[in-house]
Design a protein around this ligand. Structure first.
Ligand code: ATP
Length: 622
């Protein structure tokens, strides 16, 4: 039974939590979709003003992703708030957490056993959302106390299951199996639904599929519900197509590449197309925006505003931009550069740069910007244009400046030998390998946020057999012995299962660390130790570490190969009925500061890597 409310009245938080509960109780995608669409439709009908708030609460965000205000209240603060609200001892709350691995459940149970003297007003979605925004924005002096005060206000007013979802939201992740794609589809369905219009079932499905494609495409171009939802409410889905277009100042979700393991594989994939090979530079992705008013912004791979990390790039843009270029969105790689020897330096050097508020006078690591794509120019979006045309505009609108800005080196190769020669050359220039891209036709458009087969990466790693390194989340550690006493000696890593929102263990790793890096990991991860594994960690007791961590850091790891494992859970059920996949001889490469835990290698990718070990026996030798 859903929770109802009157027209024009604020949407009760209970109605949202009831939908969360129903969604959590099923794994069937269509059912999840149905429940969410039903809630969204009622919100649109009864109180559209709350629609945006409901969407944000479903996604557990307080603002567009690129504004980077994370909720993520720490475990100890939440335990304190629960204890103080319910009169329980913090130690008791901790004990319950160890038992259940879900602080949300612990909060709900603690509230149930708590005697209530007076009953506060029921919570509305607006009150909860406004408070969450306040909590996310609290910093500085007294911040802990102020956060606890706000959390206690909300917790006191929670009824029934609300405490469970409230605490999970504050932790930073709802974990009810609700993917953003589902939210986007329901968003489209709730707008398209018109009860007065009697459509046949087939017609309704067709319209709803088309609508959800439009909404998803609009979102990957303009990843802001603040912009999309009001347009949808006012002009409907068709209106979105016309009014919601890429524009400078709002980062586009970057197009990603598909790993390959040999030139033969590359040629098979691009057969029948004109294609181009570009050097794959070993740096950091940067989307450079110039707004109409001349403001410059730089966004990272995960849409973080990194303008204050690169004041030197901002400063040099006036030399690079040709006079007729008034506004643009440029896709580039920033690479550490040695201006004396005029050569590229490895990513490790770049990673020593401070992450924000860099002062030009303090800069020690010089960088050069390598541009490979142009997504927008002077008021026009180029996303749907073929790469060949985008490249031409790129070359026309900008100019190379020694040691500062360059177009990526490219060659429109046609056969194995040419690619091989160009690949060798990329290695000599300290690049990671090549990016091979379809150059013309429909398949060469820019596909925001997609890991596309129209962009292939051919890296040095493919020679080691795995094809690509993996980006994995550190979820636990074993205490060090001998030389490693006082630091962690080995770590438990996991890949991500986005469907189930779980981290699946993949290997234990103790190789590739210097003494200094072990000390740094210890310092950082110690702060993120948790008292019990989360209930969204998929692990086997046989791989139990000494300590567990919150899923906060991603590591790049290389391995000799992948094998089936009775202990690890990565891609379980995907390549073997009940066994998972693990990495053999894993070696730590580096921390991936530019990836969030949810951007880690997925179980799907792990399964594909495992399978491709057998499909691709003609691995090329250099
Ligand atoms: P992914 O981004 O595919 O999840 P990743 O972050 O580990 O994986 P890589 O495997 O190194 O990245 O490959 C893609 C990245 O390569 C791009 O995000 C971009 O930063 C970088 N890159 C370097 N040169 C180019 C180029 N010529 N074209 C596109 N991307 C390039």
């Amino acid at each position: 039974m859903s929770v109802d409310w009157k027209d024009n009245e604020p949407v009760p938080y209970a109605a949202l939590c009831k939908t969360f509960e129903t969604i959590e109780s099923t794994t069937k995608r269509l059912e999840i979709q149905k429940h969410l669409t039903s809630l969204f439709t009622r919100v649109v009908e009864k109180n559209p003003e709350d629609f945006l708030t409901v969407i944000y609460l479903c996604l557990n965000r307080v603002c567009p992703e690129y504004e980077n205000h994370e909720l993520g209240v720490g475990e100890s603060l939440l335990i304190k708030s629960i204890a103080e609200t319910t009169g329980r001892k913090p130690a008791k709350v901790k004990e319950e957490l160890s038992k259940w691995g879900d602080l949300g459940k612990v909060a709900k149970d603690s509230k149930t056993t708590q005697p209530t003297l007076f009953v506060p007003k029921p919570l509305t979605v607006k009150v909860v959302f406004d408070k969450m925004k306040i909590i996310a924005g609290i910093s500085g002096h007294d911040s802990q106390e102020r956060k606890v005060r706000e959390i206690k206000f909300l917790l006191t007013a929670c009824r029934g299951k609300e405490a469970k979802y409230l605490i999970r939201s504050l932790e930073g992740k709802l974990r009810i199996g609700l993917a953003e794609q589902t939210v986007l589809t329901s968003l489209a369905q709730s707008i398209v639904k018109d009860p007065a219009q009697k459509l046949s079932r087939a017609k309704e499905t067709e319209e709803s599929t088309e609508a959800s494609e439009i909404v998803k495409s609009a979102y990957s171009e303009v990843p802001s519900y603040d912009i999309i939802v009001p347009i949808l409410l006012k002009y409907g889905v068709k209106g979105l197509e016309e009014r919601c277009k890429l524009k400078p100042g709002i980062p586009v979700k970057p197009m990603l590449a598909h790993p390959t393991k040999s030139i033969t594989e590359v040629l098979d994939r691009v057969e029948g197309h004109k294609f181009t090979c570009e050097f794959k530079y070993d740096g950091e992705r940067a989307q450079v925006h110039m707004l109409e008013d001349g403001t410059l912004k730089i966004y990272s791979r995960n849409l973080e505003d990194s303008s204050t990390k690169f004041p030197d790039i901002i400063e040099r843009m006036s030399q690079i931009v040709k006079p007729d270029t008034k506004s643009f969105v440029l896709d580039c790689e920033v690479v550490a550069w040695d201006p004396e020897k005029e050569c590229l330096l490895p990513f490790q050097i770049l990673s020593t740069r401070k992450r924000k508020d860099v002062k030009e006078k303090d800069i020690k690591v010089i960088v050069c910007l390598f541009a490979f794509d142009l997504l927008y120019l002077n008021g026009e979006s180029f996303l749907k244009k073929p790469l060949e045309e985008r490249r031409q505009h790129l070359i026309n609108a900008f100019q190379e400046v020694d040691n500062k800005f360059s177009f990526v080196r490219h060659m429109n190769a046609t056969n194995t030998e040419e690619i091989q020669t160009f690949l060798d050359e990329s290695f000599k220039c300290n690049c990671e390998g090549l990016m091979i891209k379809v150059l013309d036709g429909q398949e060469s458009t820019y596909e925001p946020s997609k890991r596309s087969r129209n962009w292939l990466k051919l890296k040095k790693d493919y020679l080691s057999g795995v094809g690509d390194s993996l980006d994995l989340v550190v979820i636990g550690a074993h205490l060090g012995r001998g030389k490693r006493t006082n630091v962690y000696g080995a770590f438990l890593l996991a890949c991500y299962n986005p469907e189930e929102e779980k981290y699946q263990t993949i290997c234990k790793i103790g190789t590739g660390f210097s003494d200094v890096s072990l000390e740094n990991h210890f310092k950082f991860l110690k702060e993120h130790e948790i008292s019990a594994p989360r209930n969204y960690y998929d692990y086997d007791k046989g791989a139990n570490p000494d300590v567990w961590f919150e899923p906060v850091q991603v590591w790049e790891v290389k391995a000799a190969d992948l094998s089936i494992s009775p202990i690890y859970k990565a891609a379980v059920g995907m390549v073997d009925h009940n066994k998972g996949v693990s990495l053999r001889f894993p070696r730590f490469i580096q921390v991936r500061e530019d990836k969030k835990a949810e951007d880690a290698t997925t179980c799907e990718q792990v399964a594909e890597m495992y399978r491709s070990q057998f499909n691709n026996s003609e691995n090329m030798q250099l």
